[in-house]
Structure formats: C-alpha cells, structure tokens
Ligand binder design. Structure first.
Ligand SMILES: [Zn+2]
Length: 598
C-alpha cells in the first residue's frame, strides 16, 4: 500500500458549476481515487472552493453584498453539486478558512526567507479627484494583448492574460470614468527566473508525462519572468511581513493563495482527524511521505500552475531553488508525480458560456437525470485527450444503447431469471469450457481495466469494462437458460445463472469507480449487504481557529468493495429486481435544446 494524493483543481466560487467544469476536474479525479482505494492504496483526495480575488469582489460590489457573503452562497451550492455527483473527497473545504490563511502565510514567509520573493516598484493607479489608491478592479481599459475593451486592472477576461493597471490602453476609473494617474508603489513578485535549473532538472525526471505537457512546460521555463504575488485589493490573504500585515489595501494575489490550497486542505484534513501531523504521509519528501505519489487534476488552461509555478513554490519553500536555502517548518515537500489535465468539453458545438446561456448547471442536470448517467458519459465520451462536444442526442444514445441496453439489461435479466426460477443464487455444478472461459475473461478485467485506470486512460478503461459486459451478454444469449425448462435441465440452468451472476458481480466491481451509485444498488440486488461504494457526506463544521462555520464534504472510504474478484454464495436470497438505470424518452433532446434557446 502506498500513499496517493489526489489534488483536484479548486472551483472558483463566483457561481454554480456547469457540466464542462466537472468533466475536467471532478469526475476523472473521483474515478481515479475510487480505483486506487479499491486497489488498496491510502488515498487523500482534497480540494475546496477558491474564493478570493477581484472577480468575486466585483460581483459582490454589483450585488451589494460582501465578498464573504457571495462566497458563502456559491461554496454551499458547489458542495451540494459535488456531493450529488458522488465525488469522494476526503476533504472539500474553502480558501477563506483561518487554517488556509496560516498555511499560505507560512509558505510565503518560507519563500521570502530563502530569497525567492522580491519586491519591485510598479505603477499603481490613483484617483485624481480623491487622491486615493484605485484598486485593480476599479480600472478598466483596452487589453494590450487582444484588444478587448473591457479588460480589468489585473486581468483580461477575454484572453485570460494577467495584466497590470498601467498596461491598459486608455485606462479609466469604473467609478466615475476619470483617467487615473499612476504613481510608484511596491509589490511582491515570485522570482521565477531563480528556478530555471531546478525546474528543468525536475522535469527531466518526469518520463511518464504526456509529451505535449512536458514540451509545453519546458517551453514556458525558457522565458520565465518574475510573477506578481500581491495586488491592490482588500479581499484576500494579508501579506505576513512586518509593515505589511496591517495594511488593508494590499493582499496576496488569488492565484498564489489558491494553489497552496492543496497543502492547506491536507493540513486541515489531518487536524480534523485528530492526528495533526498525518498530512506528512502524503507531503514530506523526507521521512514517512517520501514514497508517496501526488496526482493533480485540472483543465488544460491550468497546466502552467501545476507543472511550473506550483513546483517552483514547493522547491523554493524546500530550499531547493537555484539559490538553495533552508526548508520552512513543514520540511521538504513533495513535488507533483503527475499533472493529469483534460481538454475542453463544448456544448452542442459551442463553448460553454453562462452569459450566452450555453450552459447546463450540475444541479439542473441532477434534477432531471441520474448522476451515474452523467458519470458514464464523461468517462466514455468526455474530453480526456481531445476537445469533445456534449450533445443531448449523444447523451441519450450513450444512456439508452450502452448503459441501459448493455449493462442494465444484463443485470436485470440475469437477476430476474434466477429470482423467478430459484429465489436464490443457484449452485454451480459441472462447469463447461464456456463457463470457465467466461469467468476467466471477467477476472482478467481486474488486470486490464486496472492498468488503464492507473495510467489515467479512463476512456479505454470503461471501454474495456463494457467489452467484458458484452461478452457476458453474449454468453447468456448463447447458453439461453430460458430454454432449459424441463426438470432434468434444472441443474444446468442453475449453473448458467450462477456463472452469469458471478460475472455480473465481478463486472459490477470493474464499473464501481465509474458508477458508484448504481454499483451499490446492484450489490444489494445480488443479496449483498453493507457499503459497497462509499459516498461523501456534507458536514457543517466550525472553523478550527475561530472563524465562521461552513459546510465540508468528507466521508469514510476505508469500507467498500476491493479491486479483486469475490465469490458469490449459492443460496443467497434474490428478489425480483427493479431496473437500476432509467431509459430516457427521445423527446428529452427537443426539450433540452428548447431550454438552451429559451
Ligand atoms: Zn486580452
């Protein structure tokens, strides 16, 4: 058994999440974590909502609420959505906890002590009419990179580039339209050029990575520049240096605090278990965590943060940048083992966009369809290695032709035939070559599907599992136990049904990481009791250091099925099954397209 960190991208808490988001960071990380736990690894899956920064402050200003109130609202919505999808976080928390502030400040101080944070004089905006500092969000102008006219003082929402207020062409105050004046002001920067050799040396050891991710990361290192880690803003983590910590006009930049969330969430998880040092088993590069591995899950627009910037922070904090240094109080920390990025999901041929209502929010989806139907679509047809289009017609086809007609039908006909003819799982008597061949095929799935899951090839993995399901369906059709009606044929009929039910039970394990909700139901249809596929729960908790309370996602995932075949027991009572999956009426396609237009 080994320690495996599943570090999942942090959703931004400025609105509900749509299915494009969860197809990138959510479902793939959960499938991986569930598989690794079933295979006997000690998984720590952490994330939370990302709640600082200008966009949340701007939106809160527009609504006349505080940024904290806005973040509270969407943190709760997102927590409920992720629970609805069955995403098995050990801890899903948020960046506004006092624990997070303390961990961010510790990392900042460690980097500062080692000389990897430099201060630079930049141009800050001042309102000529009041003489006061204009925070970044109140300055608007034309983006110097893409020409978009509504770019803000810290970033362009059109091209996504990071900006300074003085970069904007024709800058103006959003408060009264006046042109700001610029005066010199001090900000802190992460000295990324101080990591060029260390990052190159580390990336050279990453031979398992996808070549395009490695190439992309190496190209970035060639022209690394110092990157701002503080802003003119009131909403965020205070700068933990004397002369700075009491200033309320400067804060740590949101990207810097959010990426440290992986570490702070692990620390919070450990503190909540009553063993405050337990996080070290996944993080310490010396001692108990040194054989741990760390997998980071995100969309492709976030690769740079996980393959270059976060590793630089970890190297600098550990005293291992190009200028050396001493590790901070957490000791030397583990770098990512692998950066697992997904491509984009589009929607009926268009980019997801809340403003143009090309969007399906997770909760709207879950009100009308089952979580496993979406999980199946994402695993089988999601944006694993190519941009992929979600269409309602394809969703309907995958659900009805594959999930319902393939897997659901196999479960339903084998359990109902055994229940009707025997009332229990019948015994297997003399096995034929066909029987033993089928059982061997299914057992082989634990190796073939498992290897693919371990390599993050989830599309191929679910394809392999469904290929095995098709073999079992074919076996049942070939053996035709429904034809064996005579009394003397009863033992053979029972044997066929026993073999089929054994195959269903094992296939159910192969599909459990993908389809945990239905896997639990099928386990119970086969007469099983107890937890087969553990689910997350929402818990209302107190902030550990005296801040306001908040909801977390957590769960006990030490229970449940293992990644291995398990013999079913003849004589176990069976009842007539209810269908596990819902066949959808083709009219949903028209209805849903109508909703998109309306
Ligand atoms: Zn731009």
């Amino acid at each position: 058994m080994s320690h495996v960190l599943a570090a999942v991208a942090w959703p931004y808490a400025n609105g509900p999440r749509h299915i494009g988001h969860v197809s990138g960071f959510g479902v793939p990380s959960d499938v991986f974590s569930r598989y690794m736990r079933m295979a006997g690894h000690d998984v720590l899956m952490v994330s939370g909502t990302d709640e600082h920064g200008t966009p949340i402050q701007v939106q809160a200003d527009n609504e006349g609420v505080t940024p904290r109130e806005l973040a509270d609202r969407y943190n709760r919505v997102i927590v409920e959505d992720l629970r609805g999808l069955g995403l098995s976080y050990d801890l899903f928390t948020r960046t506004t906890t006092r624990n997070h502030y303390a961990v961010v400040q510790e990392v900042f101080e460690g980097l500062h002590k080692n000389g990897y944070i430099i201060s630079k004089t930049t141009l800050g905006a001042i309102s000529p009419s009041t003489g006061r500092t204009l925070p970044d969000r109140y300055i608007e102008g034309t983006c110097p990179i893409c020409g978009y006219d509504g770019a803000r003082g810290d970033q362009c929402d059109n091209c996504g580039n990071q900006l300074d207020p003085s970069d904007l062409i024709n800058p103006r105050s959003r408060i009264n339209g006046e042109t700001p004046t610029f005066v010199e002001t001090e900000h802190f920067f992460l000295d990324l050029p101080g990591f060029v050799q260390a990052l190159n040396a580390w990336l050279d050891t990453r031979d398992g990575w996808r070549p395009n991710v490695l190439r992309f990361s190496k190209n970035l290192i060639d022209d690394l520049q110092p990157r701002a880690i503080t802003r003119d803003l009131e909403w965020g983590v205070p700068i933990p240096l004397a002369d700075w910590k009491d200033r309320n006009d400067k804060r740590i930049y949101v990207w810097f605090d959010a990426v440290i969330g992986y570490l702070s969430a692990s620390v919070e998880w450990a503190r909540r278990t009553g063993d405050p040092e337990a996080w070290r088993r996944w993080w310490s590069a010396d001692g108990e965590g040194k054989d741990a591995s760390a997998f980071y899950f995100m969309g492709k627009d976030n690769i740079v943060f996980h393959s270059v910037i976060w590793p630089a922070l970890l190297l600098g904090y550990s005293g291992e940048g190009d200028r050396g240094g001493e590790p901070g109080s957490y000791g030397r920390l583990n770098l990512p083992t692998e950066v697992v990025s997904s491509e984009y999901l589009t929607m009926e041929g268009k980019k997801f966009s809340s403003s143009r209502s090309v969007v399906i929010y997770v909760r709207d989806f879950l009100e009308r369809y089952d979580a496993d139907a979406l999980r199946y679509f994402i695993a089988a047809a999601g944006p694993e290695s190519n941009d992929t289009d979600f269409t309602w017609a394809e969703f309907l086809r995958r659900n009805n032709d594959e999930l319902v007609a393939g897997w659901g039908n196999l479960v339903n006909r084998s359990v109902s035939m055994a229940a009707k003819n025997f009332g229990v799982i019948p015994p297997a008597l003399d096995l034929t070559d066909e029987d033993t061949a089928l059982l061997a095929t299914v057992r082989g799935g634990f190796t073939s599907v498992g290897e693919l899951l371990g390599k993050h090839r989830q599309k191929a993995a679910i394809g392999e599992a469904m290929r095995i399901v098709a073999e079992v369906n074919k076996y049942l059709s070939d053996q035709a136990p429904w034809k064996l009606k005579a009394e003397e044929d009863k033992p053979r009929q029972g044997t066929i049904l026993h073999v089929a039910l054994q195959a269903v039970s094992d296939c159910n394990r192969l599909l459990t990481p993908f389809l945990p909700h239905s896997a639990q139901k099928i386990h119970e249809l086969l007469g099983g009791t107890g937890v087969h596929a553990p689910q997350p729960r929402i818990e209302e908790v107190e902030d550990l250091d005296g801040g306001p309370s908040y909801p977390i996602l957590t769960g006990d995932y030490t229970v449940g099925a293992r990644w291995e075949p398990a013999d079913i027991v003849a004589g176990t009572a069976l009842a007539a099954p209810k269908p596990v999956f819902r066949k959808l009426d083709p009219s949903i396609v028209e209805e849903e397209l109508g909703r998109l237009e309306g």
